[in-house]
Design a protein around this ligand. Structure first.
Ligand code: SF4
Ligand code: SF4
Length: 434
């Protein structure tokens, strides 16, 4: 594997436009940068390094680059800064591999926020983020998405080659047969829970949201409504739009506080990771700091609540599946076991272990739309591992992963599908009740 020893070659520039970098989010994150000892243990955990074989596209290389910007040795508006930072998936696989505890995810967010203040995001990224911050507009956009999917238009357009057809394959892969019709039996109430609807989850995976509510109720969780909730802001913070992320966080904190629920549950790994970090996101706002910290302690992935409850065992589903770990469950939330405990509550399910299950699939929020070439390379490695299992079902608990892997499977054409682990448990419970 060829590598470039020193990221970029601009060290020594006498004048640099980032001389005032002391005031930037990246400069404020300097302590995190200092904790990297350049050991390289993270390299083999990095999907972009493995795919592109360039040290500049590794965690260590990107950290050296960030450091060079902070020290004024590389200009913030150097095109290579944007190139290598935008090629990062933000999967945080490097954090799990790092013996020094480098907070890579936060450093990346700080770097992108700093960069976004200097260089606007690409038009497509700005348009997507604009829509996601406006619930009314988003509802209309997702309605068109469902129409394209349900009329078969998305399936037809998915045949377009390469990156042109890929978003339509993602959309086509969200189609589901009618949800099982069953009602959870009244169980002893363990706790009250308000669920995050989520933008893409409620818009394109409505059945999975209803399945999550049924399965939580069957395990003793009493559901509370939380009107006024919005997008969690994960897409925005990952792209460097921290101001919008903070705005959305404040709206969500107020909405879930008003629900009075003990827990805030989500079936989306990315949204859960984001909401668990609202405390850090709003740490500099005295009016919100304590509320944000209290909110974050209540957030749970739905699989955590189910694992805590047992969960109740369903009816047998004799099916071969494999499980792919969403990065924001595995690396950001450090939750490896709970999704497997959800699947273990389904008798007769044959679980074939997936090689490199903890490696990113290449979805990463809107990464697959704005960096399609890198995303495709990363997905190709994932699809090779999935094909080796010969499993007709890939279970994974995040909408981005469901759509990315779902599109990969759709294009393979062998009839395999991606499903949320809770969808499978819901089916198993429905069979037991039926
Ligand atoms: S990020 Fe961690 S694992 Fe990677 S080079 Fe730095 S200290 Fe080593
Ligand atoms: S977040 Fe993922 S893609 Fe980015 S440097 Fe870390 S391991 Fe590599």
């Amino acid at each position: 594997m060829s590598t470039v020893a020193t990221p970029l070659s601009h060290a020594g520039a006498s004048e640099h436009p980032c001389a005032a970098a002391g005031a930037t989010p990246l400069e404020r994150a300097r302590v995190g940068l200092d904790s990297c000892v350049h050991c390289g243990f993270c390299l083999q955990a990095c999907p972009t390094y493995l795919s592109l074989e360039d040290e500049n596209d590794s965690p260590r290389g990107r950290l050296v680059l960030m450091r060079a910007v902070v020290d004024g040795r590389v200009a913030l508006d150097d095109p290579d800064v944007a190139t290598h930072l935008s090629r990062c998936l933000g999967c945080r696989g490097c954090e799990s591999a790092c013996p020094s505890g480098v907070p890579y995810g936060h450093l990346l967010e700080a770097a992108r926020e700093t960069l976004a203040a200097k260089k606007p995001l690409p038009l497509l990224a700005r348009a997507i983020l604009w829509v996601f911050a406006r619930p009314g507009v988003l509802r209309v956009a997702l309605w068109f998405g469902r129409m394209a999917r349900d009329t078969g238009i998305a399936g037809e357009l998915a045949r377009l080659p390469g990156a042109l057809g890929f978003p339509f394959a993602m959309l086509a892969s969200t189609a589901r047969a009618a949800a099982p019709d069953w009602t959870p039996r009244a169980a002893r109430t363990r706790a009250t829970v308000a669920t995050l609807d989520g933008c893409v989850m409620e818009g394109l995976f409505t059945g999975v949201n209803r399945a999550t509510e049924r399965v939580l109720a069957a395990n003793g969780y009493s559901l509370c409504a939380a009107p006024g909730q919005q997008c969690c802001g994960a897409l925005h913070i990952h792209a460097g739009d921290a101001a919008t992320a903070r705005e959305l966080a404040r709206a969500n904190i107020a909405a879930f506080e008003a629900s009075g629920a003990t827990f805030v549950a989500t079936n989306s790994a990315g949204c859960g990771a984001m909401m668990k970090e609202y405390g850090q996101l709003l740490a500099s706002e005295p009016a919100w700091r304590d509320r944000a910290r209290a909110f974050s302690t209540k957030v749970r992935d739905a699989s955590e609540l189910l694992a805590e409850a047992g969960p109740v065992i369903g009816a047998p589903l004799p099916r071969r599946i494999t499980y792919d770990a969403p990065c924001h469950l595995e690396h950001a939330q450090k939750l490896s076991a709970p999704p497997l405990q959800v699947l273990a509550a389904i008798p007769s399910l044959e679980h074939v272990p997936l090689d490199d299950r903890e490696q990113c699939c290449g979805s990463a929020g809107i990464f697959n739309l704005i960096e399609p070439d890198v995303s495709e390379r990363v997905l190709a490695a994932k699809m090779r591992c999935i094909s080796a299992t010969n499993a007709p079902v890939v279970a994974t608990g995040n909408p981005g992963c469901l759509m990315q892997i779902g599109a990969g499977l759709w294009r393979e054409g062998r009839g395999a599908v991606a499903r949320h682990p809770i969808e499978l448990l819901d089916e198993s419970y429905a069979k037991r009740e039926g």
